[in-house]
Write a new protein. Structure first.
Ligand code: FAD
Ligand code: NDP
Ligand code: 3IO
Length: 385
């Protein structure tokens, strides 16, 4: 059994940022990671052409800007280089191949467990992410499908599907970007769009973010970005993508749904190089029937249908912080602190920017708690800050 001040679960950007903030305050912490590497989403579960969708100034982790010669929209490789420098600069040493199977506050419950390793900590930081596990919905007849089907997190590129027919389900950022990539690889590509969606561009989002940071109200920002999007894309409801009635930043802030950022798929849809279908009604062999009655044959299906949090699989308790699906109950910006030393970073649905805010708040709060504990028991505070 190992005793330490802080245990952080997950070595993605949120876990690394929290560890860096604690290390700066000389607060002992360990980061436990289920995979064999840190930032596993970026190293192992992302496609080749992935780039950050937000400008680099909104994707920095605390206390380390991107190099000044980094492009505004950093590619995956550049982001990984940045994370490697971050880990070595802040001397972060994640313990890999260490999946946390159970975390309890109550000492008595430990006796039931058949544990491999055990840690005792004053503070627990949940940093396992909003995107912990790929989600594939139940679709009638999917088990009869003759071709392969898999989640978007397993997609790398479209090389092996050249000349084949592939259906991408979901028109969030993963789905639209994968559809664009497949089509570039010479794949006969189709996409399922089942509900209204905002389609913006990286630059339009950038303008929106700047306006919000100058204090322009969200409804005005939404009006401007939707107008810009209409000028750029025209009325895309003609192609099967109706717009939601609420604005994109309002939706992002209220329910966390990210607008789709077009990287070229809209033009391909306009040119009919990518077909758009409504929901899947059912599957029989290689034939897929859609809600409008159309039936088409496909060789593969890629489910770009989002992710689920896995917090509820291993965290016992913490009902004050997390709901039944492992997502936070509280609202940004005060969502990072639970009761009895429990914290979470990376659950604000605010991407890397939210992670930076959470991690700094958590480290400050733990520092304060440790200092007051020292005062209470009369130990002089020798830590360097
Ligand atoms: C494809 C994609 C692109 C994105 N692009 C952007 C972007 O451009 N800009 C932006 O701001 N945001 C972006 N996001 C959103 C978000 O910023 C990223 O998902 C980011 O990686 C989240 O960091 P995280 O540390 O919270 O979670 P993750 O990166 O998911 O890291 C969590 C880590 O916890 C580990 N873990 C999970 N369960 C356990 C367990 N039980 N025990 C031990 N370890 C565990 C996982 O293996 C993983 O390594 C993107 C998300 C995705 C999916
Ligand atoms: N370059 C970048 O920066 C990228 C960032 N990301 C980020 O990663 C996160 C996850 O994105 P993503 O993987 O796209 O997941 P999302 O959850 O954002 O999107 C999932 C999509 O799948 C649809 N869907 C879900 N279930 C079904 C179903 N049964 N039938 C049809 N459609 C369905 C959803 O539609 P509905 O709305 O109807 O539920 C939605 O369109 C987001 O935050 C995103 O911004 C992702 C890729 C690239
Ligand atoms: O890619 C994501 O999911 C993010 O959360 C990044 C993000 C944070 N705020 C936004 C506003 C508009 C588009 C993307 C984001």
């Amino acid at each position: 059994m190992e005793a330490i001040d802080v245990v952080i679960v997950g070595a993605g950007p949120a876990g690394l940022a929290t560890s860096a903030c604690l290390n700066r305050l000389s607060i002992p912490n360990i980061v436990l990671e289920r995979e064999d590497c840190y930032a596993s989403l970026w190293q192992k579960r992302a496609y080749d052409r992935l780039k950050l969708h937000l400008a680099k100034e909104y994707c920095e982790l605390p206390f380390m800007p991107f190099p000044s010669d980094a492009p505004t929209f950093v590619p995956r490789r550049g982001f990984l280089d940045y994370l490697h420098s971050y880990v070595s600069h802040f001397r972060i040493n994640p313990r890999c191949n260490t999946a946390v199977e159970s975390a309890y506050r109550d000492e008595a419950k430990k006796a039931d467990l058949n544990v491999h390793e055990e840690y005792v900590a004053k503070f627990l930081v949940v940093a396992t992410g909003e995107n912990s596990k790929g989600f594939i919905p139940e679709v009638s007849g999917l088990d009869s499908f003759g071709g392969e089907f898999f989640h978007s997190s397993k997609y790398e590129n479209g090389q092996k599907y050249k000349g084949k027919a592939v259906l991408v389900v979901g028109c969030g950022n993963s789905g639209m970007e994968i559809a664009y990539d497949l089509s570039n690889w010479g794949v006969r590509t189709s996409i399922v769009a089942r509900s209204p969606v905002h389609v913006l561009t990286t630059n339009i989002v950038y303008i929106g973010m700047r306006l919000l940071s100058y204090g322009v109200p969200c409804n005005i920002v939404d009006f401007i970005v939707v107008l810009l999007s209409r000028l750029k894309h025209g009325d895309i409801s003609n192609y099967g993508f109706p717009r939601p009635t609420r604005g994109p930043f309002y939706i992002k802030q209220s329910v966390g749904r990210t607008p789709t950022i077009d990287v070229g798929a809209v033009e391909k849809i306009r040119r009919k190089e990518v077909q758009v279908f409504p929901s899947i009604r059912g599957i029989q062999g290689s034939k897929i029937e859609f809600a409008n009655g159309e039936v088409e044959q496909f060789d593969a299906i890629i489910f770009a249908t989002g992710y689920k949090s896995t917090v509820r699989h291993w965290l016992k308790g913490g009902q004050d912080l997390f709901d039944g699906s492992g997502m936070p109950k509280l609202c940004f910006p005060n969502i990072w602190k639970g009761k009895n030393g429990l914290y979470c970073s990376g659950f604000a649905r605010r991407g890397l920017f939210g992670i930076s805010v959470d991690s700094q708040n958590i480290a400050k709060d733990i520092d304060l708690a440790l200092r007051s504990e020292r005062v209470l028991i009369g130990i002089p505070d020798a830590r360097v800050c």
